[in-house]
Design a protein. Structure first.
Length: 176
């Protein structure tokens, strides 16, 4: 009988020891799975259907951009700030706007020539590219999103073209 009791104690001790050793491993594997148990949804993409703008819209958009860029080049940041959308002005104070221009959009301070692409819009938003040149050479290309607010086009956002290429890499071409 003593042998039978020792056998039961040994089995019980081994089971308890196994539980103490393996239970944390099982819990950690369950708590941090190697594969996510669900697939997160990608953020919903906003699609804008835009068409080439009519001449009055094109002129209005280009006038606002030219006015803002000329004010920036003249370092009249308060005037340039007025061309920004209400959303931008509510989030970025004038001092930060000036700082952002000086640091992130420095070519706007020293360009000599300004050219615009075709303007596309959907009636409330417009898309246009602006190329700034110096000494006959392009120094920067920016993509603008314009917003129609209270019957006035305003700058809703701007990205340097090299930033866009970073976000969406150019397609790879086959070698010749």
């Amino acid at each position: 009988m003593k042998i039978h009791w020792t056998f039961k104690e040994t089995i019980g001790t081994l089971l308890l020891l196994g539980a103490v050793i393996y239970l944390p491993v099982l819990i950690s594997d369950y708590a941090s799975p190697k594969v996510m148990p669900f697939r997160p949804k990608a953020p919903r993409q906003q699609t804008i259907k835009v068409f080439p703008s009519d001449p009055p819209t094109r002129r209005a958009v280009m006038d606002v951009l030219a006015k803002q860029l000329n004010a920036i080049r003249s370092e009249q940041f308060d005037e340039a700030y007025q061309s920004a959308s209400f959303g931008i002005r509510s989030q970025i104070p004038l001092t930060e706007f000036e700082r952002m221009i000086r640091i992130q959009f420095e070519p706007m301070l020293r360009y000599e020539q300004l050219e615009f692409s075709e303007v596309y819009d959907d009636g409330s938003q417009a898309l246009v590219r602006a190329r700034l040149s110096m000494e006959g050479r392009p120094t920067a290309v920016y993509s603008y999103v314009m917003a129609l607010e209270e019957n006035q086009w305003r700058v809703g956002g701007v990205l340097p073209e090299d930033a866009i290429q970073t976000i969406v890499p150019p397609p790879k071409t086959a070698p010749p």
